[in-house]
Design a protein around this ligand. Sequence first.
Ligand code: GDP
Length: 333
Amino acid sequence: MSVTINKASAQGSASRFAGKKVWITGHKGMLGSAVVRNFDGEDAQLLLTSRADLDLTNQADVHAWMEEYRPDYVFHVGAKVGGIHANATLPASFIYDNLMIQANVISGAHKVGVKKLLFVATNCTYPKNAEQPIVEEALLTGPLEDSIRAYAVSKIAGIEMCRAYRKQHRCDFISIIPPNLYGPGDNYHSQHSHVVAGIIRRTHEAKTLEKEEFVVWGDGTPRRELLHVDDLADAMKCVMLAPTTHDLYNIGCNHDLAIADLAAMIAETVGYKGKIVYDTSKPNGTMRKLLDSSKVRALGWKPKIDEKDGLRSAYEDFLRLLDSPTPGARIDL
Ligand code: GDP
């Protein structure tokens, strides 16, 4: 079984990660690759495993790999993820893959004595009618949004598993909840993408084909809080390094916008001048899920990338992918 050990250029940094082995699961995905980027110039040994090297759903393989490489820190990012349509059509894959993967990684981290593990959950773990902005204590206080229940339950299980290992074995395992993510490395699949990537793709197609209108799913009134992946990667490192006083941190930008306004911003970024229309046969999903991020702000972190710059860099990423000789599954052309 192979592993890529990427010794980043040493700069004599006094970082907690200096000389340590840091395993970033899911490093080829949008968030995982942002976490890797965030280690540029840092004196840490990054352990990176691709799906061909290590099947995270296979417990025997995951535990054997962890015994061999013994990571000090784990950023557990690897998971099956997708937008509202993917969740509605593939719920069994979402719940099965995520339960298996996180159980293997978290139990393995306990077995080999990982110093600290950070588990990435999701904002859909909160009750659909949670009071806004949503505080971490709202978890498990009410019914979930139906369209993403299987995925949400798998992530709630991950958060509770970290809590249980903290309690029973005193492991320093914590969880984070980001809002809707976007940025380089996103998945622009026509059906399975999240909202930013889906709208980037369709406004671009509408512009290229000179269509008079382009279609946004739902009625445009739900609100979403967006965070650029590089901001989240930065926050994850901050939380990993901070002394842990909480076991769950919301990591957001403190404001949200209506899908209709988001669509207009993306159309402007892409340079599409036609009309925006709404397909109300597609689900709205949760109406609002603005996070209260006071706990992470108290650690000194705040986001640096505003939506205008962030959306521009996301569109540039999409154009690069279109130009690539092997665009692959991220774009399903
Ligand atoms: P969610 O935050 O878990 O619901 O995930 P999404 O990133 O898929 O966002 C879904 C919200 O955006 C819903 O209100 C959808 O109706 C709306 N939406 C509008 N257009 C699109 C699109 O092209 N793709 C996706 N995924 N959602 C869209």
